[in-house]
Design a protein around this ligand. Sequence first.
Ligand code: PGA
Length: 248
Amino acid sequence: MRKKVIFGNWKMNGTNAAVEEFLSVVDAQANNTEVVAGLGLPFTALSTGLKLSKNVKIAAQNVHFEKNGAFTGEISIEMLKELGVEFVIIGHSERREMFGETDNTVNLKAKAILAANMTPLVCCGETLETKEAGKTVSFVNNQIEKAYAGISKEDAIKTIIAYEPIWAIGTGKTATSQDAEVVCKAIRENLAKIYDQATADQISIQYGGSVKPDNIKELMSMPNIDGALVGGASLLSKDYLALVNYNK
Ligand code: PGA
């Protein structure tokens, strides 16, 4: 059975004090045995997050693929590993649109993260324009093919995918659970083509984009949606707990 994986993504929010306050309330109750609960934090709050969490898995929101060197402002895998980080979000649309992330760098990052025995959480998703042109599935499939180029099936099963339509992020517009299911199913079919069905069946696929306590249950009831990546609603402890304990 695939793991259910519900992660918050705090983006550029969260001082150490805020993370401490949040986890002191949330961590003990994020103990759902059926869900891997996680939280993507800014680099500066990772240590605090790791220190204060037993149940909540702490993720970085980016990493550089090179081992070290002249890359001012970047953070390496070794640096994250030293802290004890196990999960790294890569290819988020905000990083693709604002910070020059490309399919190629997503691929390089995925490979480097896997080589360090860490878990990449690979984001994909289309713009409104692509959706309106009816090209969502081919666009997302292409992102996935490029992200997974050269990655073995043994490694692929260690990854998590987040399908996040850009038009649904932070807009309050959630894809209907049926629409999200159609794309997540297409992603799984594509993984079966790239690898094989058994491999595709083991990879957890999250939906992201305006997920909230009142729509999580329906999204999670879809056969190919195995979790969620949640921005805004993950900032409030009450909502975060309602999300990761959606089945209780
Ligand atoms: P949102 O963000 O839940 O605020 O729409 C989702 C994301 O960007 O991961």
